[in-house]
Design a protein around this ligand. Sequence first.
Ligand code: LLP
Length: 425
Amino acid sequence: MNGFTEKNGILYVDNVPLPEIARKFGTPSYVYSASSIRSQYNALKSSFERALPSNWQPLVFYACKANSNIGVLKLLKTLGCGLEIVSEGELYRGLEAGFKGDQIISTSFGKNYNEISAGIDAGIRQFNIESWEELEQVNRIAAEKDKRTAVLFRLNPNIAGGGHEKISTGRHDHKFGNNEEKIVEMYRRAAGMKYAQPRGVSVHIGSQVTTVESFRPAYESIASLVKRLRKEKLDVDRLDIGGGFPIAYEKTGALLDLNSFAKWVAEIILPLKTEIQIEPGRFMVGNAGVLLTETLYIKETDSRRFLVVDAAMNDLIRPALYEANHGIIPVTSNKGRNTVAYDVVGPICESGDIFARQRPLPEIRKGELVAIQSAGAYGFSMASNYNSRPLPAEILVDGDKVALIRKRQNVSDLIRGESLPEWLD
Ligand code: LLP
């Protein structure tokens, strides 16, 4: 069995019933399906295998901000992924999971000293550069270590993409990347640097890019930039075409036809004869995870019926932050039950702590388990301790095998690192 399926009225993750996971590890817990991660990766790979010759296959750098648990990273490494990182912490996680430096690329926006220094020490494959000053900083730190390092320049193609304003990155009024003019100028100046070595350009127009047609003009602007750079005799041998591939949050089927997507790459990027890199995050893990939660209470008011669950916005902030619509389903069969409209809420003290408004669901009882779907990406990785709530557990299931890949925090974890000022004695 692959992913999350119903069997005899019970929701399973791979071959394991979710109630068994809840009994063993408690709730709220993030539960991930290894087989589902594997099949996403394979789907992506095989669409490229059909569209591009074997010696021009893109290298996949998993964007680990989506889900950075080292168990998940290790799984993706065994599948053949590299890693896209945005901080010193993500570099540390990647190395702990067993990635080698040359399998890691850094794309963070405002790279600090430690992060650049640790990246160079680890021998990472490249830094994607956001500004001239950042480039000078990379060059300077590389010089201190007398180590050369590859750099790519991020293009801002002025294209709208991304499923929500807060996760769109490709327009000129966003902080990311630079326009074509500026990149040509930076590239020219960088060509004379001793330690930072310009290798190519990158683009990433946003996340959950549901207007999938936007990928095409973004790739076309990369192609036109490469031609311009080459006309100036500047070497370009590596292109990073970013991530942002969307997943279905509600049951509307696939949002991205991988085959046409791979064909755009074959049409627009392949003729440039460079190494090709992609940086998918959400696509690899989003639908491979649920947030498993227990119904604490059903609270009825004059105008609403609230389903109060033991997960909250600190565990999964996407609905509160991006108005994201995650599927919500009871873990045990709902046949024959009435449908009722619920506001699904958590225990946190603000009205924004809501997973769904007026969501029609089969009538749910106190104590029942509920799965919040498509929570494998930007779920745990964005979780916080707000309201002094311990972080949930994370569990990875592969067929019959079950592993606790992050144990639930307890209350003493909450004050670790804090101290009482001695003058308050
Ligand atoms: N590459 C770069 C340079 C990125 O900034 C990102 C995501 C990715 C790749 C991966 O994008 P993906 O394939 O996962 O869409 N917290 C938000 C998403 C923020 C994405 C930030 N950058 C959410 O929960 O929707």
